[in-house]
Ligand binder design. Sequence first.
Ligand code: PEP
Ligand code: MG
Length: 563
Amino acid sequence: MSASSPSVPVSGTGVVPGIAYAPVVWIRPRPELPKGGEAVPEEHREAEYERFQSAAETVAQRLENRSEQAEGPAAEVLKATAGMVRDRGWQKAVRKNVRGGHSAEYSVVTATDKFVNMFEAAGGVMAERTMDLKDIRDRVVAELRGEPEPGLPQVSKEAVLFADDLSPADTAALDTTHIIGLVTELGGPTSHTAIIARQLNLPCIVAAGVALRNISAGEVVLVDGALGTVTVDADPEEARQMVAESRSRAEAIARWVGPATTRDGHRVQLLANVQDGNAARIAASSQAEGIGLFRTELCFLNATEEPSVEEQAEVYSKVLAAYPESKVVVRSLDAGSDKPIAYANMSEEENPALGVRGLRIARDNEALLTRQLDAIALASQKLGRGEQAPTWVMAPMLATAREAKWFAGLCQERGLTAGAMIEVPAAALMADKIMPYLDFVSIGTNDLTQYTMAADRMSPQLAYLTDPWQPAVLRLIKHTCLEGKRTGTPVGVCGEAAADPLLACVLTGLGVDSLSAASTAVAGVGAQLAEVDLETCQKAAEAALDSSGAQEAREAVRAILLG
Ligand code: PEP
Ligand code: MG
């Protein structure tokens, strides 16, 4: 690529912020899997099975040795993977296939397929385990063939590791003195790769897509784990400066401990956004003080039928239990638009983002909402949550005072603290009429931006409009905060804006009381707030409000906060 035509960066989901600049190494390929093979004569089948057993034992031993050299979750992952190689059920399935006359290699493949299909059918967490199964299959097949172990290459210099996906065992065995960044084509923010990369504080991007394959081993790349971008033709001088800045920022973030305050002691509550018990437990091990947004609809994306009150309570308990002594804000089902739920969204719509989504579903189906509220109340009671560990409930997509009154009434009947998301511009503008019914509000900047700018949040072409730095959005936030102060209603922000350390300062300056973001972003926000005083945040807020556009607002705020 010539300097005059810089390539478009490959982008994915940034899961661990930080900058890495180094040549690429690709993970060693997985073995070609046999599709059949010659029948093994009866008299050789016992020996063939022994051949499998010995290969499996070598693989398990190797993983165990690595586990002994690792610590924490990495050691556990390696030990668990070794355990899977020795799993009786899996080995029995291989034996059955070998006894049926198949080669050890082919028997391993078909036995694994059987379990993969079973796990995929079960869905959820079980489906995530199929990656581990395929990994042990590949290791054993390579061992049977005398091929090198698939997975991590040996590296002796700093490098960024690229992979289609990393198995938990590979991620756990990473040589972090040399591997300084991680990019995977597949995977998601809660995959093992992401969890361990977070633990190692290794800049990491997942779900970068097939475009990643266009980048060859040895090419020098700039990985931005916050933006989720991989650039192949970055200016070396600028890249090195970015690395240096990122390291000193990472050091400040690693040193930071909550609870968050500005330099002059103004308190801002930092909370986490989660979608299940697993994410809540990860949040509890971060500096997040509680949960500011539990997206309940994400628990039921695959459900064809509505879970019973008891089943729902079980799911909610897992999240509540992660914070037995602090606040958890549960959002009622935000089904519809980009998150359709089979049992909640009844009809096809022309414009689903402007359609029957969120609280609107309950207008014609109040029982769906009240069963959910019953389940939240049940989970909260069972765990004995009270004033020390309040359970708050908020409605998504609320637009009118009448809806606020109705929702609050249903919550109060069940002893729940009622709030609403401010994500429809009308709700921000009508805050004075809405707030009297509610105990708190939380601004959803993702949708508030989409609806204020009339720009689909899913559209990559409109990303310049769906930018929470848009002064129009900030003006609605300011109005909401002013009404919050006037009516004594706490105002939080739980959209992605809360994850941006500089924008977090602006929001604090506007009067927001709490910020809720992905738990990985919390320490970065806390460390930034600790460096500025409230008056500077207020000046930054004024500058942003007075800017003519999002980019101008960013620049004005950078100049004030970073000098
Ligand atoms: C938002 O709209 O900002 C928000 C937090 O909700 P979601 O992203 O789930 O729509
Ligand atoms: Mg929203």
